[in-house]
Ligand binder design. Structure first.
Ligand code: GLU
Length: 525
């Protein structure tokens, strides 16, 4: 600890007198009145211009743990990196939360929820540390730091601002005043009292107690360029005054845990419980090694990819949920639960090692989900997707709702034997594209039994029921001395261009007489 700064100097260092005392802040943001065991969680993205799949995974865990415990889930925008601000970045986060149904509760007295609007609060807390000699203004320039770094490297020391390298940690009041008089704007650094030869034990709710060397770096708490906090300091202040009970964040923050625990101890505040989640990985195409999904290399790292491609948001959530709560799949298969919202997630079971992102498995969830969707909803979801993300053909396909409904109703009347061949909204429309003349591609390779087609046209009656229709197929087969299946196959391919389709009678019915005669006629030309 160093000598604390006078109130006058604190005001000069911060550019204004601190607005609150710690006691006032405690009163302004009181302990939340929630039932025992309620989780208060937050999703705290930095607005980078995209929503990462790993972010969605974390947000889902946050939301779920709060939801199932009668707690509170907040969305905190960590917009302290004013140098890297991206237009519309917050909109992207908010709309992703919306689309995935992760409802946050920011309408309360614990905000503002944008860190850029909380400067008064951070400055009030850092003033307390300055007063107590636990933080200090530091006037090192980028050049100074570069020199220190080079020196440390040459000597084989760890780099960073610590101990003897922390030039300004013991400046006198007069020296500080002189720097300020010269117009220099300081960063505020932690006056670290950690000793890396000692170990600090930090609790992670999943990993248990993890031992680390104590932190001895005088890390920046408040930046000089904009007076905003670093992640570390904002985490301390916000998670305390927002009364977060569980901080669920990526494992890249695990190494910072000793610093965070030390900060909470300095303030004599109880630290939240931490859960450091593993990354979502993939096998790298080039190296064959497992690595984190990369924003730069992998389109599927961006949540937007799944929206554009038309994956049901529910399935993406189910897929991610099952990584965090692996018993869900079995419970869903057994019919014990219908959705993730009914299945209890146990924090202790959240995995610690990287989960491989498996597109095939996501497909399975999507097929199951779409398979169980009632037709009117299927139609509505496909239509919504086509109008938002689809191309002109997709839009044309959804323009006639009755026709689309008829197409998508095929083989969906028996809930026990639902077709599972739809994966995404886009692929659903592609799968049934042959129902539209403009998209129908006649199969010119197939060897049709032209006699069978001719015979069929002669006896075809659009009002035949299924039995009457089938007897006609059987009669044609007998007459030509071929199998029933051969007659049906020629018809199937003539009408759909494909050898594999759902129920042929339904296809004929939905296409209607004109299209049926036209398509068969075209083959016979
Ligand atoms: N803004 C931090 C990040 O995006 C938040 C980490 C946390 O949840 O505390 O990694």
């Amino acid at each position: 600890m160093r000598q604390g700064l006078s109130e006058e100097l604190i005001t000069r260092v911060l550019g204004a007198a601190p607005k609150y005392t710690i006691a006032e802040l405690e009163e302004k943001f009181p302990a939340r009145n929630l039932p025992d065991g309620a989780f208060v969680t937050r999703f705290a993205p930095s607005p980078t211009g995209m929503m990462h799949l790993g972010g969605l995974y974390g947000a889902l865990i946050d939301y779920k743990l709060a939801q199932q415990s009668g707690g509170v889930f907040m969305l905190r925008i960590e917009d302290t990196d004013t140098k890297r601000e991206v237009a519309d970045a917050v909109k992207i986060i908010v709309s992703s939360m919306d689309r995935f149904g992760l409802k946050y509760n920011n309408d309360d007295a614990y905000g503002p929820y944008y860190q850029s609007r909380r400067k008064d609060i951070y400055h009030s807390v850092v003033a307390d540390l300055l007063r107590r000699g636990l933080a200090y203004p530091c006037f090192l320039t980028a050049d100074d730091m570069e020199k220190i770094r080079a020196e440390q490297k040459a000597a084989g020391f760890p780099t960073g601002i610590y101990g003897e390298f922390a030039r300004d940690r013991n400046l006198t009041e007069e020296e500080i005043a002189a720097h300020l008089d010269a117009g220099e704007v300081p960063t505020i650094r932690l006056y670290s009292m950690g000793d890396p030869s000692r170990r600090i034990f930090c609790k992670d709710a999943v990993r248990g107690s993890v031992g680390f060397p104590e932190n001895n770096e005088d890390l920046v708490l408040i930046k000089s360029n904009d007076g905003l906090p670093t992640y570390h300091f904002a985490h301390l202040v916000d998670d305390h005054f927002m009364r977060t009970t569980h901080v669920i964040r990526g494992e890249e923050w695990l190494p910072s845990l000793p610093l965070h625990v030390a900060l909470f101890r300095m303030m004599d505040w109880a630290a939240p419980l931490y859960i450091h989640t593993s990354t979502i990985d993939k096998i790298d195409d080039e190296t064959g090694k497992q690595r984190k999904l990369s924003k730069r290399k992998d389109p599927e790292a961006n949540v937007e990819y799944f929206l554009r491609d038309g994956w049901p948001t529910e399935s993406v959530l189910e897929y991610l949920f099952n990584i965090a709560a692996s018993g869900y799949e079995e419970a869903k298969n057994k019919g014990a639960v219908k959705s993730v919202w009914e299945y209890e997630m146990r924090p202790k079971k959240i995995p610690m090692s990287g989960a491989l992102f498996d597109m095939k498995k996501l497909e399975w969830w999507a097929k199951e989900f779409i398979g169980a969707l009632p037709v009117p909803e299927l139609v509505a979801r496909v239509t919504q997707w086509a109008n938002e993300y689809g191309d002109d053909n997709n839009k044309m396909q959804v323009a006639d709702r009755d026709y689309l409904t008829a197409v998508l109703s095929i083989e969906r009347d028996n809930p026990k034997r639902v077709r599972k061949d739809f994966i995404t909204w886009r692929q659903t429309l592609e799968n049934v594209a042959f129902f539209w003349d403009a998209l129908f591609v006649p199969n010119t390779e197939f060897e049709y039994n032209r006699d069978a087609l001719r015979e069929f046209l002669a006896v075809y009656n659009a009002s035949d029921d299924k039995d009457a229709w089938w007897s006609k197929i059987v009669a044609i087969a007998e007459k030509l001395g071929i199998k029933n299946g051969d007659v049906a196959m020629s018809l199937r391919v003539a009408l759909s261009g494909r050898t594999n389709t759902p129920d042929l009678y339904s296809i004929i019915n939905v296409l209607g007489e004109n299209r049926v005669r036209q398509r068969i006629g075209d083959i016979l030309k």
